[in-house]
Design a protein around this ligand. Sequence first.
Ligand code: MN
Ligand code: MN
Length: 293
Amino acid sequence: MNKKAIIKAGQIAIEAKKYARSFVKKGTPLLDIAEKIESKIIELGGKPAFPTNISINEVAAHYTPFYNDESLAHGLIKIDLGVSVEGWIADTAFSLDLENNEENKKLIEASKKALENAQKILKIGISTNEIGKIIEETIEAQGFLPIRNLSGHEMEKNELHAGLSIPNINEKKGMILKKGLYAIEPFATNGSGRVYDGKPSGIYILTDSKNIRSPIAREILNFILEEYYNLPFCSRWLVKKFGAKALFGLKQLEENGNLHHFPQLIEIGKGKVAQTENTILVEEEVKVTTKED
Ligand code: MN
Ligand code: MN
């Protein structure tokens, strides 16, 4: 592991969160939010590790604005951003209540508290199940449910989801935490505690680099291999680079079996969802790399 790059990615992520907090208001176009955060990450010397997710209310995750998106920020909004420095990742999220709504604030507090409590017990040798248990207990103590089919994850160089999963519930069986880089991300909801696959998100990951005939699809495939490789990307980024024909190329790549297209993740009971996430470097010493002061 490249500790220097891990720490730098974390610092850039902290700055990007602070910046987002300074301008995201009710009515801010989601497109502006994503573009400004991603530009800030680049300006500070990082690369976006994945498209900024800006998911509202019952959308738990995997909403990123489309290139022509006109939606505006409102409700309980989750901003989940990623920074890569030399392939080493910081993955972090926070939630905002844009309605001055008590329930929203409580949901945000529950996910925040669950993450804090998980961070307190984190060390080499602990079972991932103990982490899930404390997250579940903390959220339930505040009258809400964790989302049971979303979890935190280990990260490796250029790999957002690698190795271990960190559950948000007591799964009764766990894996032993080793030295490594982890993202912990409790989701709290006043709904049913599960998400289902909704509409396509425009977020993709390369799953197979096999050749494709269509020239535009091949051009896009080469760009993906060079720029993103194993990390997620979105149609918005490709439209910026290639124009609207990128959408056609992406469709062909998807049909050819080159890409996985992520669905939006929607809370089953249409409950509202809050998320808080930090990246944590677990060594003899445990360091939360994305911790805001
Ligand atoms: Mn995340
Ligand atoms: Mn994550």
